[in-house]
Design a protein around this ligand. Structure first.
Ligand code: CP
Ligand code: NVA
Length: 308
């Protein structure tokens, strides 16, 4: 059994804010929390939640994680606080960090999240931006580790939009030395800055593959992962994206082309019959609900590390 370690970075704004060693440590502590082998008290500590976008899993898993640690949460609804009125982030961040011990923020622009972190005297956690979803990636790799024990020879194929979820998977995968393949329609590839950064981390190993062909991308893959085609904030592109992503659904045919012991992941919420079929979500290969549960365990590990 391990104890939380002090993380080198004050904030968790990107998957890149942790080293590989720190990620492994977080995953181990998360396992101990899950097995109820670890009892950390964060009594009197307060987590502030600022969510500019909807959320079920992230919001509730942070609330329950904090409550399991003996701390409390303040859910700041931007529409009923002065955030909606346009109070500058630098003022909000300076005030809230005098009340709270840590802030988890879900917003649109990564630069807004960085602005909060710049002015907050307390740690800031990325609870999803348009760029990244690093807490999700921690839960995803915890779920993969539960299945395959370690990451050696694991091939993770993400089929869908080169979006925030894909970006964090790519970066976290690179840190953990996992082969990551992205299959997306032409024009929906992840940003080149993310690809370049991952390739720099992998050094001379070519473990990141980007393709427009889902069938070849899943050959021999151990994990098939997808996310919605249109993310929050892209509602007006839905019709166009639904057309562009035809052929990128995780269905039984695609699953049959992967490794026979492959598992299926989805960060949720899902649009069934779009990016994934009902049959696949409900199949015995799906670890989607374990993955959702693991959000809570990794966030317990994250909070106790940031606040220890
Ligand atoms: N996966 C995830 O972040 O879900 P929510 O949008 O419900 O928080
Ligand atoms: N890519 C999705 C993830 C939701 C958890 C979005 O940003 O809406």
């Amino acid at each position: 059994m391990l104890n939380p370690i002090k993380l080198l970075n004050k904030n968790f704004l990107s998957s890149l804010d942790m080293s590989a060693e720190e990620i492994f440590h977080i995953l181990e502590i998360a396992k101990d929390f899950k097995n109820k082998d670890l009892n950390i008290e964060l009594k009197d500590k307060v987590l502030g939640l600022i969510f500019d976008k909807s959320s079920t899993r992230t919001r509730v898993s942070f609330q329950v994680a904090m409550s399991r640690l003996g701390g409390t949460t303040v859910d700041l609804n931007p529409t009923t606080s002065q955030i909606e009125r346009g109070e500058p982030i630098r003022d909000t961040a300076r005030v809230l960090s005098r009340y709270c011990d840590v802030l988890a923020i879900r917003t649109f622009k990564q630069s807004d999240l960085e602005e909060y972190a710049k002015w907050s005297s307390k740690p800031v956690i990325n609870a999803l931006t348009d760029n990244e979803h690093p807490c999700q990636a921690l839960a995803d790799f915890m779920t993969i580790k539960e299945e395959f024990i370690d990451f050696k020879n694991v091939v993770l194929t993400f089929i869908g939009d080169g979006n925030n979820v894909a970006n964090s998977l790519i970066l976290c995968g690179a840190l953990l030395d996992v082969e990551v393949r992205i299959a997306c329609p032409r024009g929906y590839e992840p940003k080149s800055s993310i690809i370049d950064k991952a390739r720099e981390i992998y050094r001379d190993k070519s473990l990141l593959k980007i393709t427009n062909d889902p069938i070849t991308a899943v050959q021999g893959a151990n994990v098939l992962y997808t996310d919605v085609w249109s993310s929050m904030g892209e509602e007006n592109q839905k019709e166009e994206k639904d057309k562009d992503f035809l052929g990128f659904t995780i269905d039984q045919n695609l699953v049959n082309n992967a490794d026979k012991d492959a598992i299926i992941l989805h960060c949720l919420p899902a649009y069934r019959a779009k990016e994934i079929t009902d049959e696949v979500i409900e199949s015995n290969k799906s670890r989607i609900f374990e993955q959702a549960e693991n959000r809570m365990h990794v966030q317990q590990a994250l909070l106790s590390s940031l606040l220890s």
